[in-house]
Design a protein around this ligand. Structure first.
Ligand code: TRP
Length: 327
Protein backbone atom coordinates (compact mmCIF):
# COMPACT_ATOMS: atom_id res chain seq x y z
CA UNK A 1 0.00 0.00 0.00
CA UNK A 2 1.24 3.46 -0.90
CA UNK A 3 1.79 5.98 1.86
CA UNK A 4 -0.49 8.96 1.93
CA UNK A 5 0.05 12.66 1.32
CA UNK A 6 -2.36 15.33 2.39
CA UNK A 7 -1.81 18.97 1.66
CA UNK A 8 -3.94 21.86 0.60
CA UNK A 9 -4.64 25.51 0.11
CA UNK A 10 -6.99 28.07 1.57
CA UNK A 11 -9.59 29.09 -0.96
CA UNK A 12 -9.06 32.81 -0.58
CA UNK A 13 -8.02 33.61 -4.15
CA UNK A 14 -5.94 32.29 -7.00
CA UNK A 15 -2.62 30.58 -6.38
CA UNK A 16 0.70 32.15 -7.35
CA UNK A 17 4.31 31.16 -8.01
CA UNK A 18 5.05 31.20 -4.26
CA UNK A 19 2.56 28.36 -3.84
CA UNK A 20 4.11 26.65 -6.82
CA UNK A 21 7.66 26.54 -5.45
CA UNK A 22 6.50 25.97 -1.86
CA UNK A 23 4.20 23.04 -2.46
CA UNK A 24 2.54 22.49 -5.85
CA UNK A 25 5.76 21.46 -7.53
CA UNK A 26 6.38 18.67 -5.04
CA UNK A 27 2.75 17.53 -5.22
CA UNK A 28 3.16 16.98 -8.93
CA UNK A 29 6.44 15.12 -8.47
CA UNK A 30 5.11 12.86 -5.73
CA UNK A 31 1.63 12.11 -7.05
CA UNK A 32 2.55 8.71 -8.48
CA UNK A 33 4.54 7.56 -5.45
CA UNK A 34 1.99 8.51 -2.81
CA UNK A 35 -1.77 8.27 -2.50
CA UNK A 36 -2.29 12.03 -2.69
CA UNK A 37 -5.11 14.10 -1.21
CA UNK A 38 -5.37 17.81 -2.07
CA UNK A 39 -7.64 19.82 0.18
CA UNK A 40 -9.53 22.95 -0.88
CA UNK A 41 -9.55 24.47 2.61
CA UNK A 42 -12.75 26.48 2.47
CA UNK A 43 -13.44 26.33 6.22
CA UNK A 44 -9.94 27.56 6.98
CA UNK A 45 -10.57 30.33 4.43
CA UNK A 46 -13.51 31.43 6.56
CA UNK A 47 -11.22 32.05 9.53
CA UNK A 48 -9.93 35.21 7.81
CA UNK A 49 -12.53 35.83 5.08
CA UNK A 50 -15.82 35.03 6.83
CA UNK A 51 -17.20 38.34 5.66
CA UNK A 52 -16.60 37.42 2.04
CA UNK A 53 -18.12 33.98 1.41
CA UNK A 54 -18.58 34.82 -2.28
CA UNK A 55 -14.82 35.00 -2.78
CA UNK A 56 -14.34 31.68 -0.97
CA UNK A 57 -16.98 30.03 -3.13
CA UNK A 58 -15.41 31.23 -6.40
CA UNK A 59 -11.95 30.29 -5.17
CA UNK A 60 -12.85 26.62 -4.67
CA UNK A 61 -13.01 26.18 -8.44
CA UNK A 62 -10.07 28.54 -9.04
CA UNK A 63 -7.80 26.68 -6.65
CA UNK A 64 -8.86 23.29 -8.00
CA UNK A 65 -8.06 24.47 -11.54
CA UNK A 66 -4.74 25.95 -10.37
CA UNK A 67 -3.81 22.52 -9.01
CA UNK A 68 -4.93 20.70 -12.13
CA UNK A 69 -3.23 23.19 -14.44
CA UNK A 70 0.26 22.52 -13.06
CA UNK A 71 -0.08 18.82 -13.79
CA UNK A 72 -1.89 17.08 -10.97
CA UNK A 73 -3.67 14.18 -12.60
CA UNK A 74 -7.31 13.85 -11.49
CA UNK A 75 -7.19 10.11 -12.20
CA UNK A 76 -4.43 9.75 -9.64
CA UNK A 77 -4.98 12.37 -6.91
CA UNK A 78 -8.05 12.98 -4.78
CA UNK A 79 -9.24 16.58 -4.70
CA UNK A 80 -11.35 17.34 -1.65
CA UNK A 81 -13.52 20.21 -0.46
CA UNK A 82 -12.88 20.60 3.26
CA UNK A 83 -16.44 21.54 4.23
CA UNK A 84 -17.77 18.40 2.50
CA UNK A 85 -15.93 16.15 4.97
CA UNK A 86 -17.93 16.09 8.24
CA UNK A 87 -15.17 14.10 9.96
CA UNK A 88 -12.91 17.16 9.86
CA UNK A 89 -15.36 19.15 12.00
CA UNK A 90 -15.90 16.24 14.38
CA UNK A 91 -12.21 15.50 14.86
CA UNK A 92 -11.54 19.20 15.43
CA UNK A 93 -13.83 19.13 18.46
CA UNK A 94 -12.18 16.06 19.94
CA UNK A 95 -8.66 17.37 19.38
CA UNK A 96 -9.52 20.75 20.87
CA UNK A 97 -9.49 19.13 24.33
CA UNK A 98 -5.83 18.24 23.87
CA UNK A 99 -4.50 21.74 23.09
CA UNK A 100 -4.16 24.68 25.43
CA UNK A 101 -5.04 28.24 24.48
CA UNK A 102 -1.52 29.42 25.37
CA UNK A 103 0.03 26.94 22.98
CA UNK A 104 -2.07 28.36 20.18
CA UNK A 105 -1.36 31.94 21.21
CA UNK A 106 2.38 31.37 21.00
CA UNK A 107 2.27 29.84 17.51
CA UNK A 108 4.56 32.10 15.44
CA UNK A 109 2.57 31.73 12.21
CA UNK A 110 -0.66 32.65 13.97
CA UNK A 111 1.09 35.68 15.43
CA UNK A 112 2.44 36.86 12.07
CA UNK A 113 -0.87 36.35 10.32
CA UNK A 114 -2.81 38.09 13.09
CA UNK A 115 -0.45 41.07 12.77
CA UNK A 116 -0.77 41.09 8.96
CA UNK A 117 -4.55 41.08 9.20
CA UNK A 118 -4.46 43.72 11.92
CA UNK A 119 -6.29 41.62 14.51
CA UNK A 120 -5.94 43.01 18.01
CA UNK A 121 -8.23 40.24 19.20
CA UNK A 122 -8.92 37.06 17.23
CA UNK A 123 -11.86 34.78 16.73
CA UNK A 124 -11.88 31.40 18.36
CA UNK A 125 -11.93 29.88 14.86
CA UNK A 126 -8.84 31.74 13.71
CA UNK A 127 -6.85 30.99 16.86
CA UNK A 128 -7.83 27.35 16.57
CA UNK A 129 -7.27 26.72 12.88
CA UNK A 130 -4.11 24.69 13.50
CA UNK A 131 -6.32 22.24 15.42
CA UNK A 132 -8.70 22.02 12.48
CA UNK A 133 -5.68 21.58 10.21
CA UNK A 134 -4.68 18.59 12.34
CA UNK A 135 -8.10 17.13 11.56
CA UNK A 136 -7.47 17.82 7.84
CA UNK A 137 -4.30 15.78 7.97
CA UNK A 138 -5.44 12.96 10.22
CA UNK A 139 -8.91 12.17 8.85
CA UNK A 140 -7.16 10.16 6.12
CA UNK A 141 -4.14 9.21 8.28
CA UNK A 142 -1.69 11.05 6.03
CA UNK A 143 1.99 10.22 6.50
CA UNK A 144 3.49 13.16 4.67
CA UNK A 145 2.54 16.85 4.37
CA UNK A 146 4.42 18.88 1.72
CA UNK A 147 4.16 22.55 2.72
CA UNK A 148 6.12 25.79 2.95
CA UNK A 149 8.16 26.58 6.06
CA UNK A 150 5.46 28.88 7.49
CA UNK A 151 3.42 25.74 8.14
CA UNK A 152 6.10 24.07 10.28
CA UNK A 153 4.68 25.24 13.64
CA UNK A 154 1.28 23.83 12.64
CA UNK A 155 2.79 20.48 11.74
CA UNK A 156 4.62 20.38 15.08
CA UNK A 157 1.28 20.92 16.82
CA UNK A 158 -0.37 18.22 14.73
CA UNK A 159 2.31 15.76 15.71
CA UNK A 160 1.89 16.67 19.37
CA UNK A 161 -1.87 16.22 19.24
CA UNK A 162 -1.50 12.85 17.54
CA UNK A 163 1.04 11.63 20.09
CA UNK A 164 -1.10 12.82 22.96
CA UNK A 165 -4.19 11.15 21.52
CA UNK A 166 -2.41 7.87 20.81
CA UNK A 167 -0.82 7.83 24.31
CA UNK A 168 -4.01 8.70 26.17
CA UNK A 169 -6.49 6.51 24.31
CA UNK A 170 -5.20 4.05 21.76
CA UNK A 171 -2.85 4.31 18.80
CA UNK A 172 -5.32 4.90 16.00
CA UNK A 173 -3.81 8.05 14.48
CA UNK A 174 -0.76 8.38 12.21
CA UNK A 175 1.90 10.93 13.17
CA UNK A 176 2.45 13.04 10.06
CA UNK A 177 5.86 14.15 8.78
CA UNK A 178 6.46 17.55 7.29
CA UNK A 179 8.11 17.74 3.90
CA UNK A 180 9.68 21.13 3.26
CA UNK A 181 10.32 22.24 -0.28
CA UNK A 182 14.03 22.49 -1.23
CA UNK A 183 13.27 25.92 -2.60
CA UNK A 184 13.10 28.51 0.17
CA UNK A 185 10.18 30.89 0.24
CA UNK A 186 9.80 33.09 -2.78
CA UNK A 187 10.22 36.84 -2.30
CA UNK A 188 7.59 39.21 -3.69
CA UNK A 189 8.16 41.16 -6.91
CA UNK A 190 8.48 44.27 -4.74
CA UNK A 191 11.26 42.75 -2.67
CA UNK A 192 8.92 41.93 0.23
CA UNK A 193 10.08 38.82 2.09
CA UNK A 194 7.04 36.90 0.91
CA UNK A 195 4.93 36.66 -2.19
CA UNK A 196 1.39 37.01 -0.91
CA UNK A 197 -2.13 37.15 -2.27
CA UNK A 198 -2.89 40.05 0.03
CA UNK A 199 0.40 41.87 -0.61
CA UNK A 200 -0.14 42.75 -4.29
CA UNK A 201 3.29 41.44 -5.29
CA UNK A 202 2.49 38.10 -6.88
CA UNK A 203 2.64 36.38 -10.25
CA UNK A 204 -0.45 34.18 -10.51
CA UNK A 205 -0.45 30.78 -12.16
CA UNK A 206 -3.34 32.12 -14.21
CA UNK A 207 -1.52 35.24 -15.47
CA UNK A 208 -1.13 35.42 -19.26
CA UNK A 209 2.24 35.95 -20.99
CA UNK A 210 1.79 39.68 -21.31
CA UNK A 211 0.90 40.13 -17.62
CA UNK A 212 3.85 38.05 -16.47
CA UNK A 213 6.16 40.05 -18.71
CA UNK A 214 4.88 43.38 -17.37
CA UNK A 215 5.15 42.26 -13.76
CA UNK A 216 8.70 41.03 -14.22
CA UNK A 217 9.75 44.22 -15.99
CA UNK A 218 8.46 46.19 -12.98
CA UNK A 219 10.16 44.02 -10.36
CA UNK A 220 12.53 45.59 -7.88
CA UNK A 221 16.24 45.12 -8.65
CA UNK A 222 19.41 46.40 -7.05
CA UNK A 223 18.54 50.06 -6.41
CA UNK A 224 22.18 51.16 -6.37
CA UNK A 225 22.56 50.18 -10.02
CA UNK A 226 21.83 53.16 -12.22
CA UNK A 227 23.51 52.12 -15.46
CA UNK A 228 23.84 48.70 -16.97
CA UNK A 229 27.62 48.81 -16.70
CA UNK A 230 27.45 49.48 -12.94
CA UNK A 231 28.48 46.39 -10.97
CA UNK A 232 25.30 44.81 -9.51
CA UNK A 233 24.55 42.98 -6.28
CA UNK A 234 22.48 39.87 -7.04
CA UNK A 235 22.13 39.11 -3.32
CA UNK A 236 19.80 42.11 -2.90
CA UNK A 237 18.00 41.70 -6.25
CA UNK A 238 14.50 40.22 -6.52
CA UNK A 239 15.04 39.15 -10.11
CA UNK A 240 18.11 37.14 -9.20
CA UNK A 241 16.11 35.31 -6.51
CA UNK A 242 13.66 34.28 -9.25
CA UNK A 243 16.48 33.12 -11.51
CA UNK A 244 17.62 30.95 -8.63
CA UNK A 245 14.16 29.45 -8.16
CA UNK A 246 13.16 29.00 -11.81
CA UNK A 247 16.33 29.16 -13.88
CA UNK A 248 18.79 27.25 -11.69
CA UNK A 249 20.99 26.20 -14.63
CA UNK A 250 21.80 29.77 -15.59
CA UNK A 251 21.69 31.27 -12.10
CA UNK A 252 25.45 31.38 -11.37
CA UNK A 253 26.18 32.82 -14.77
CA UNK A 254 23.47 35.50 -14.47
CA UNK A 255 24.90 36.56 -11.09
CA UNK A 256 28.43 36.75 -12.39
CA UNK A 257 27.44 38.87 -15.39
CA UNK A 258 25.47 41.16 -13.08
CA UNK A 259 28.42 41.60 -10.71
CA UNK A 260 30.67 42.48 -13.62
CA UNK A 261 28.15 44.91 -15.10
CA UNK A 262 28.06 42.72 -18.22
CA UNK A 263 24.27 42.34 -18.31
CA UNK A 264 21.72 45.10 -17.68
CA UNK A 265 18.57 44.71 -15.59
CA UNK A 266 16.31 44.97 -18.63
CA UNK A 267 17.98 42.07 -20.43
CA UNK A 268 18.09 40.06 -17.22
CA UNK A 269 14.37 40.61 -16.70
CA UNK A 270 13.51 39.70 -20.28
CA UNK A 271 15.41 36.47 -19.85
CA UNK A 272 13.48 35.70 -16.66
CA UNK A 273 10.14 36.57 -18.19
CA UNK A 274 10.82 34.11 -21.04
CA UNK A 275 11.84 31.38 -18.63
CA UNK A 276 8.70 31.86 -16.55
CA UNK A 277 6.41 32.03 -19.55
CA UNK A 278 7.91 28.91 -21.10
CA UNK A 279 7.37 27.06 -17.83
CA UNK A 280 3.80 28.39 -17.59
CA UNK A 281 2.66 27.74 -21.18
CA UNK A 282 1.79 24.09 -20.52
CA UNK A 283 -0.10 25.24 -17.38
CA UNK A 284 -2.07 27.65 -19.56
CA UNK A 285 -2.97 24.91 -21.98
CA UNK A 286 -4.34 22.65 -19.23
CA UNK A 287 -6.14 25.59 -17.61
CA UNK A 288 -7.88 26.43 -20.87
CA UNK A 289 -9.18 22.84 -21.06
CA UNK A 290 -10.55 22.84 -17.50
CA UNK A 291 -12.07 26.29 -17.83
CA UNK A 292 -13.96 24.96 -20.84
CA UNK A 293 -15.06 21.90 -18.82
CA UNK A 294 -16.17 23.27 -15.48
CA UNK A 295 -18.65 20.42 -14.97
CA UNK A 296 -15.76 18.01 -15.13
CA UNK A 297 -13.90 20.03 -12.47
CA UNK A 298 -16.98 20.04 -10.23
CA UNK A 299 -17.34 16.28 -10.63
CA UNK A 300 -13.66 15.81 -9.70
CA UNK A 301 -14.29 17.78 -6.49
CA UNK A 302 -17.58 16.03 -5.71
CA UNK A 303 -16.28 12.50 -6.18
CA UNK A 304 -13.06 13.26 -4.29
CA UNK A 305 -15.03 14.74 -1.42
CA UNK A 306 -17.36 11.71 -1.25
CA UNK A 307 -14.40 9.37 -1.08
CA UNK A 308 -12.77 11.55 1.61
CA UNK A 309 -16.02 11.71 3.61
CA UNK A 310 -16.19 7.88 3.75
CA UNK A 311 -12.56 7.59 4.83
CA UNK A 312 -13.10 10.32 7.45
CA UNK A 313 -16.20 8.62 8.87
CA UNK A 314 -14.19 5.46 9.43
CA UNK A 315 -11.49 7.44 11.26
CA UNK A 316 -14.11 9.17 13.42
CA UNK A 317 -15.55 5.76 14.31
CA UNK A 318 -12.12 4.57 15.46
CA UNK A 319 -11.49 7.80 17.34
CA UNK A 320 -14.80 7.58 19.16
CA UNK A 321 -14.18 3.98 20.03
CA UNK A 322 -10.74 4.87 21.37
CA UNK A 323 -12.23 7.68 23.45
CA UNK A 324 -15.02 5.38 24.65
CA UNK A 325 -17.75 7.71 23.48
CA UNK A 326 -19.64 4.90 21.76
CA UNK A 327 -22.29 3.12 23.89
N1 TRP B 1 -2.66 26.45 6.14
C1 TRP B 1 -2.32 26.08 4.79
C2 TRP B 1 -1.85 27.36 4.07
O1 TRP B 1 -2.15 28.45 4.51
C3 TRP B 1 -3.46 25.47 4.02
C4 TRP B 1 -3.93 24.16 4.60
C5 TRP B 1 -5.14 23.90 5.13
C6 TRP B 1 -3.17 22.96 4.72
N2 TRP B 1 -5.23 22.61 5.56
C7 TRP B 1 -4.04 22.01 5.32
C8 TRP B 1 -1.87 22.59 4.39
C9 TRP B 1 -3.59 20.71 5.61
C10 TRP B 1 -1.44 21.30 4.66
C11 TRP B 1 -2.30 20.37 5.29
O2 TRP B 1 -1.18 27.25 3.06
Amino acid sequence: MKKRILTGDRTTGKLHLGHYVGSLQSRVKLQHDYDTFILMADIQALTTHFENPGLIHQSILDVAIDNLSVGLDPDVVTIVQQSAVPAIAELTIFYSMLVTVNTLRHNPTIKTEAANYGYDDMTYGFLGYPVSQTADITFCKAHLVPVGEDQAPHLELSRKIVRRFNDLYSPVLVEPQIMLSDCPRLVGLDGNAKMGKSLGNAIYLSDDRETVHKKVMNALTDKSRLQKTDPGHPEVCTVSAYHKAFNAGEYENVCEMCRKGAIGCVACKKNLSNVLNDMMDPFREKRAYYEEHLDEVKEIIHSGSRKAADIGNETVREVKEAMSVIV
